[in-house]
Design a protein around this ligand. Structure first.
Ligand SMILES: [Zn+2]
Length: 159
C-alpha cells in the first residue's frame, strides 16, 4: 500500500490531506501538535485517518550520517530526523515544506514533496520563523537575513 509520512506543518492544513492512502506521523509530530494547541484536531485525525509510528534505529542512524555529511544536521530537529527515518523505513512519500528535510530526502532518494503554500494562506495565516535565531518573517522568506539559517513555516499566533 502506498502512503505518506507527514510533518507537523502539513497537519495544520489538513483539508487537503491525500485521501485513499495510509497517513503516518511520528511521536515527535504528536508532541509538536500538542504544543501548538492542536490537540483536539489531532485526536480527530488519529481517530480517523492517521497512524503514529516510530522509525527504526537503523534508519535514524542513516539519516544522522547523511545529515552530517550534507551539513543539514544542525538545522534538523529530532522530529525532522524521525519523519525522514520513518519515510525511509516504510518507503512512503514525505510531505514537508522544510528545506533541510527536503534536502536530505533528495540525497537519500526518499520521495518528497511540499504543500502548496498559496493554499495554506487561504485557510490560516502563516509566517516563517528562523530555525537559528527565531526571527519572524513573511511566510515566503526561506533564509534569515540576520543569521543565515533557513526558516520554517509556522502558524501565526493571534496577538
Ligand atoms: Zn536567524
Amino acid at each position: 500500500m502506498k502512503g505518506y509520512v507527514l510533518d507537523t506543518s502539513v497537519l495544520y492544513y489538513g483539508k487537503d490531506l491525500p485521501s485513499g492512502y495510509e497517513l503516518v506521523i511520528t511521536p515527535g509530530v504528536v508532541n509538536e501538535l500538542d504544543k501548538e494547541d492542536m490537540g483536539t484536531r489531532l485526536e480527530l485525525l488519529l481517530a480517523t485517518r492517521i497512524r503514529v509510528s516510530s522509525p527504526s534505529e537503523r534508519s535514524l542512524k542513516r539519516i544522522e550520517a547523511e545529515a552530517e555529511r550534507t551539513g543539514d544536521s544542525r538545522r534538523l530537529s529530532q522530529t525532522d530526523r524521525e519523519i525522514l527515518a520513518l519515510a525511509l523505513d516504510l518507503g512512503y512519500e514525505l510531505i514537508t515544506d522544510d528545506y533541510s528535510i527536503q534536502n536530505i530526502a533528495k540525497v537519500m532518494g526518499i520521495p518528497c514533496r511540499g504543500l502548496d503554500q498559496r493554499g495554506i494562506t487561504e485557510v490560516f495565516e502563516w509566517q516563517a520563523k528562523c530555525r537559528g535565531c527565531g526571527k519572524l518573517f513573511p511566510a515566503d522568506v526561506r533564509v534569515c537575513d540576520v543569521c543565515g539559517s533557513e526558516t520554517k513555516t509556522k502558524r501565526k499566533r493571534r496577538s
